[in-house]
Design a protein around this ligand. Structure first.
Ligand code: ADP
Ligand code: MG
Length: 712
């Protein structure tokens, strides 16, 4: 029986090894194959992880860590803990366990006790030597009543510990690459090249934000000394991404806002005559937003403003007043909406709001024209000609507005409604219809401010945080399908009181009929069996533009009691007499979309109701529906949505045209704000990033934005 050794001392924190001689001294951008132990086969496997150069390898970030930082003596081990122990192998044996499988068992002692370890990998026997001490990292489990470790990681003690005794990095893996192998090559690359990582961050920014150097951060993100150092490394790398992001955003903004715009007169003498003729008084929040917009319009810098306001808060009237300013200044305005129904509705309400207004230049009534894909070629041609001659003051339309051949005589203000429905290119295309026009983008789906700043560039933000007076909050109730009759009864009573209702079904193409019944069939069934005495309309995306329009008009005019619809009613539809919206298969819709649906009611003086029908019993769907039942505030829901879906998914950052973020999380507001401040300071001092101390930074910005991203 060998003598019991005293436990080995704890390992030192990882320090870079003395620098290795570098074969052919390849730079950071050299292919990984130049590393001593990477041949073509490994290089190919690394390529699958997106790693081609040494720099890529250093930036192949762990997606999690095994916490083997807790060093324990064997007598102190507890079931279930993840630990590292340092001990000597006393005995090792391999046995067949059938099915061609072998189990290796080692007995390891550290002077305080002994523990058995097992692996199902016959090679282990060759890697461990009896009488030798190792560091073992793994989870403490039990076999019969003894504590054991199954498949622990281990390393000899004469080298820096990469897999045990620490927070051990775990990387995304590909077939044929082991985590131990990756840890080793990354450690090699760090030792040889880590110190060469030029810190592109100007020293004063790094210091004033209390950030690690890049070399430290990259070392610590792979092999953190402890949790604090890991957090510091994470913060530095997140800061970098946010900074590069914001610098790109700022320079894009400069490109479109650098050249002067034409200032528009937008003082009270211009705006008030329009506002006074609206059928209602603006809320305080609407007035404030309008004042902010007016100040922008009067400036010779093109406006770039996001107007946020919950569903029903009255963004359209604010946009209309701003567009009026364009007309009053002898120019043109445009508003683009994501659907034909919405564009048609805007055209109608603009028709009403502008009916009493006269274009001061022409002395003619203000002319509003609709431009959609549903128009005949003849109509379209006529409209385009009038637009080009400046006979049309305001163009209201869908994507048709940004098509080739659409030319304005003088577009001074472009408005994008429901702007998250449009991609960056589309917003940019609208801007290009004018010479440095002012831009107003509107969102009924509230976006947390930090996200807005990141996703939409350095837009200024106005918020309408108040509903028009007299609205009663919408009551929301979640029913199961077996309670559907109750909902029908409720709708019947509302209609008897003179109100109207929506019944919404998930999109025909996207849903198996069995789960959520198609609107078309449901319309037939509801008309024949449930509401034979009522007038039912049907609205879905496959109807022709004019059919949709006449259906909406009939519903709006109270000629229909119930509108059976697919998600086409989601945005913007405004029928103040509608007081119930019943949403079938509610769990199939996202939270923002459900909130949009709900915003179709509660737009008039009558109390309104939202009925969610769903049999979902668990998971995110439940949380979404509960959130909707318990919250009426769009901003609160946006926050919940962000938490449920994660920022990556929120409104699709892809659509926003942003480069992907590897480390930074959009919910990390503090780092985002700090990086934004830093970016603004850099940009103020040196917008072209031309001075020598910004050269590396400029290269990083270019690399970060490579291939992606136009920001509007
Ligand atoms: P959203 O912000 O969702 O686009 P809308 O602009 O469609 O909202 O406005 C919703 C409804 O509220 C419309 O019927 C509009 O005419 C009405 N509205 C807007 N502003 C006011 C106000 N200040 N007072 C009363 N009703 C208003
Ligand atoms: Mg709207």
């Amino acid at each position: 029986m060998p003598e019991v050794e005293s436990p080995a001392p704890p390992p030192e924190p990882l320090r870079p090894e003395p620098r290795q001689p570098r074969p052919n001294a390849p730079g950071l951008d050299a292919p990984v194959i130049r590393l001593p132990n990477i041949g073509p086969a490994f290089a190919q496997k690394l390529e699958k992880l997106g790693v081609e150069t040494v720099r890529d390898l250093l930036y192949l970030l762990p997606h999690r860590y095994d916490d083997f930082s807790q060093l324990r003596t064997i007598d102190k081990l507890k079931f279930g803990e993840e630990v590292t122990i340092i001990g000597t192998v006393w005995d090792i044996r391999t046995r067949d366990i059938g099915n061609d499988r072998k189990m290796v068992t080692a007995r390891v002692g550290d002077g305080t006790g002994e523990i058995q370890m097992t692996w199902f990998n016959p090679w282990i026997e060759k890697q461990l030597r009896v009488g030798q001490a190792y560091s073992f990292g793994g989870k403490v489990e039990t076999y019969r009543s003894d504590l054991v470790m199954r498949g622990p990681e281990f390393e000899p003690l004469d080298r820096a510990l990469l897999s045990t005794g620490r927070l051990a990095p775990v990387y995304p893996l590909t077939e044929g690459l082991s985590v131990r192998w990756l840890r080793n090559v990354i450690k090699l690359a760090l030792d040889a090249w880590g110190a060469d990582l030029p810190d592109f961050l100007p020293e004063p920014i790094r210091r004033s934000n209390g950030l690690l150097t890049l070399a430290e951060a990259i070392t610590q993100i792979h092999f953190p000394d402890n949790h604090e150092r890991l957090a510091a490394a994470h913060r530095r790398l997140s800061f970098d991404e946010f900074l590069l992001l914001q610098l790109g955003v700022l320079s894009a903004r400069e490109r479109f806002r650098g050249a002067p715009a034409r200032p528009l007169r937008a003082g009270a003498e211009v705006i008030a005559p329009f506002v006074e003729r609206l059928p209602f008084a603006l809320t305080a929040a609407q007035s404030r937003a309008l004042r902010e917009i007016a100040v922008d319009l009067e400036s010779d810098r093109p406006m770039g403003r996001l107007l946020q306001g919950d569903v029903g808060s009255g963004k359209t009237a604010v946009a209309a007043a701003a567009l009026w300013a364009a007309v009053a200044n002898g120019s043109q305005g445009a508003i683009m909406a994501p659907t034909e129904i919405l564009a048609e509705q805007h055209a109608r309400s603009f028709g009403r709001m502008f009916a009493a207004q006269v274009n001061p230049t022409s002395g003619q009534p203000v002319r509003v024209a609709l431009l959609t894909g549903a128009m005949s070629a003849g109509e379209r041609e006529e409209t385009l000609a009038a637009l080009g001659r400046g006979e049309i003051d305001l163009a209201v339309g869908t994507h048709a507005l940004i098509q080739k051949g659409v030319e304005f005589r003088d577009l001074a203000l472009a408005v994008v409604d429901e702007q998250h429905r449009f991609g960056v290119e589309q917003r940019a295309a609208l801007r290009q219809k004018g010479v440095q026009p002012h831009m107003l983008v509107m969102s009924a789906t509230p976006i947390p401010r930090s996200l807005a700043l990141t996703l939409y560039g350095d837009l200024d933000v106005s918020v309408i945080d108040e509903m028009p007076a007299g609205r009663t909050p919408i009551r929301t109730k979640w029913l199961t399908s077996s309670q559907r009759e109750r909902a029908y009864g409720f709708i019947r009573r509302q209609v008897a009181e003179g109100r109207q209702a929506f019944i919404v079904y998930p999109l025909v193409e996207e849903s198996p009929v069995s789960e959520a019944r198609a609107a078309v069939e449901e319309h037939a069934r509801l008309s024949a069996n449930i509401f034979p005495e009522l007038r039912l309309g049907l609205l879905h995306g496959r109807l022709k533009g004019e059919e949709k329009d006449s259906m909406m008009r009939a519903f709006g005019a109270g000629e229909l009691d119930i509108l059976v619809a697919t998600s086409v009613v989601e945005v913007g539809i405004d029928v103040p007499n509608a007081t119930v919206i019943m949403i079938e298969g509610a769990e199939r819709f996202g939270l923002a979309q459900l909130h949009q649906f709900r915003g179709r009611v509660g737009r008039g003086e009558h109390p309104s109701y939202c009925i969610l029908v769903s049999d979902v019993a668990e998971g995110e769907g439940v949380r979404r529906l509960e959130a909707l039942e318990n919250n009426t505030d769009g901003f609160a829901l946006a926050q919940i949505d962000l938490e449920l879906r994660g920022p990556g998914d929120f409104f699709g950052t892809r659509q926003s045209g942003l480069p992907p973020l590897k480390t930074a999380e959009l919910s990390d507001l503090r780092t985002l704000e700090d990086a934004r401040e830093a970016a603004k300071a850099v940009f103020r001092a040196d917008p072209e990033l031309a001075v020598p101390e910004h050269r590396e930074l400029a290269a990083q910005v270019a690399q970060f934005w490579r291939g992606g991203g136009d920001i509007s």
